[in-house]
Design a protein around this ligand. Structure first.
Ligand code: ACM
Length: 549
């Protein structure tokens, strides 16, 4: 197809191959008579299509076959996530290698219908709907295309999480990394430890802006997901072919848990009964005590987590492992004795012991541990995977050592970082990472050996919510950059310098219209709207280009 044709279709992420059907018959109409058929294995996608495109168009999409129809089927010759959309004057065919591929094909089909197909109800009676005559053949670059949402710093209500799953699916992203616990809040109900949510799920006030800000929001803040909420989220994700990676962050980032169960902290160093859920930001010294009791407690937590997040859709469980200051362990006689008893060298090996314990524990239960790249320090069992966040370095070392890696370097794809250098960015944090910067992010660093490259499972964008109090603030940070990210994760893009950002940006015109229809509060290209600004609230902008590490 010509580049004008692909710009007009505005497909994001860009598919591998789009061809026009010769000799170019007119578009395929969709109307009251259009029928829908689902072959074996395609029933779930048919359900999704009726619920979304059916609602947006107001068309009944009755069950049936015929030239005025949409036929969904599986084609085992295709890879599980690959799909084909054929619009050639006969029935529209959407075929996937597996149900996941078919679902991504259905997402492309919805994009072909135009932005109003992203609404929840028709905006006009009797309008005609048309699908252009095209054949699209497509498959993803990476099997792990993720978004991490931090629902601990600011709680995201369940409905908003479900909406984010829809937004992931609309961008063909298939991993939702659910950061459920941190110093500032514990967000998942654990039946055997009710105080985790009774005490740990709320705080009486919150720092407003960066930690150096003088401002406080004195409104109590909190919330958590009941076990049934979690089951609903997991099922909703599964229907959209999204895997959920639950994160229980240990042994650092644990003040909320310690405030609920003070015995989890280093009681011989500080009076942990005085701790409450943290109300400000930064790296917290109050970490878990490295004891057998702590291990038993978190085994209890993880037993419930494994029951809620089944192995089929949550093969990986994230145990954090990041930013655990060792100061309290250095002062703790209990920690010192544990080092001696276990025959370890120092506190770093103690952390390694802690992580290895859960690696063994999860492996015995048919799961795989994933953690932030600090877990590499002190050695790691081969089955464990690494989220490379402090740069590429951890990921390179891990992949060369044979570990699977998810590339999510903070210098590139932390969407809490500001997206423009202008004075109007709300609570600006970190380096400037524009839409174009994200578009030019490359998950596989140059020079990586072929063997190590096979260990790069994919990539994810991470969203830490210290300065995102509302869903609208999250939307602002995430969009439009998640659209560029989705193309990095899905499409077969050339090397960063050779990427045609202008062509992507031209396709974004169609995509902004889709985001408008979906009700996404993205950052407009011309800058924040007045109500998206936060004048006077301190951020922490970092100057210069981000270091490459
Ligand atoms: C992290 O950003 N602390 C993983």
């Amino acid at each position: 197809m010509t580049s004008e044709d692909t710009t007009a279709l505005g497909l994001i992420p860009a598919p591998r191959k789009v061809s026009r059907v010769p000799p170019g018959p007119g578009p395929h109409p969709l109307d009251e008579e259009t029928v829908l058929s689902a072959g074996p294995g395609a029933e779930g996608v048919a359900r999704w299509l009726r619920a979304t495109v059916g609602a947006a168009t107001g068309l009944p999409l009755r069950e049936g076959t015929g030239d005025n129809g949409i036929a969904l089927s599986l084609d085992e010759a295709l890879a599980p996530e690959a799909y084909r959309v054929v619009v050639d004057g006969r029935a529209i065919r959407v075929e996937g290698g597996g149900a996941a591929g078919l679902f991504w094909g259905a997402q492309t089909f919805r994009q072909l219908l135009g932005p109003d197909a992203f609404r929840r109800a028709p905006i006009a009676q009797g309008r005609t709907w048309e699908v252009p005559m095209v054949v699209i053949e497509d498959e993803p670059r990476f099997p792990w295309r993720g978004l991490m949402l931090d629902v601990a710093r600011h709680f995201m209500p369940k409905d908003d999480v479900l909406r984010y799953l829809d937004l992931l699916a609309a961008h063909k992203l298939n991993v939702f990394h659910f950061h459920l616990t941190d110093d500032q809040g514990w967000r998942i109900e654990i039946k055997r430890y009710p105080r985790l949510t009774e005490t740990g799920a709320w705080r009486s006030r919150t720092k407003y802006g960066h930690r150096a800000s003088e401002l406080w929001d004195e409104t109590p803040h909190g919330g958590y997901y009941t076990q049934d909420d979690i089951r609903e989220i997991v099922a909703y994700a599964a229907e959209r072919h999204i895997r959920v990676v639950p994160e229980i962050d240990v042994p650092g980032h644990s003040q909320a848990a310690i405030s609920a169960y003070p015995e989890l902290g280093n009681t011989d160093v500080i009076d942990t009964t005085t701790l409450s859920v943290w109300d400000t930001w930064g790296i917290n010294p109050n970490v878990l005590a490295p004891t057998d009791n702590t291990l038993r407690f978190f085994e209890g937590v993880l037993e419930e987590v494994l029951e809620l997040f089944p192995a089929e859709t949550s093969p990986f469980v994230h145990i954090g492992g990041d930013e655990c200051p060792k100061d309290q362990w250095q002062q703790s006689l209990t920690a010192k004795n544990q080092i001696v008893d276990l025959g370890l060298k120092d506190e770093d090996e103690l952390q390694s012991w802690f992580i290895r314990h859960f690696d063994t524990w999860l492996t015995e239960r048919g799961r795989r541990l994933i953690g932030w790249d600090e877990i590499l320090e002190g050695g790691l069992p081969p089955n464990a995977a690494v989220s490379s966040w402090r740069g590429y370095g951890g990921g390179i070392a891990a992949a060369e050592a044979g570990h699977d890696v998810v590339m999510c370097p903070e210098q590139q794809v932390y969407l809490d970082h500001r997206q423009d250098g202008g004075p109007d960015e709300p609570m600006p944090i970190g380096f400037i990472r524009t839409l174009e910067d994200v578009y030019r992010f490359e998950p596989v660093p140059p020079g990586l050996s072929e063997e190590a490259t096979r260990h790069i499972l994919g990539t994810q964008a991470n969203v830490w919510t210290e300065v995102m109090q509302t869903r609208a603030r999250v939307d602002y940070q995430v969009f439009p950059r998640l659209a560029a990210f989705s193309e990095v994760a899905w499409s077969a893009l050339p090397a960063p310098d050779e990427r045609d950002f202008a062509a992507f940006d031209a396709r974004m015109a169609a995509h902004y219209a889709r985001l408008d229809a979906l009700g996404v509060d993205y950052r407009p290209p011309a800058g924040p709207l007045p109500w998206q600004r936060r004048p006077g609230v301190l951020g922490r902008p970092l100057e210069g280009p981000p270091p490459v590490v």
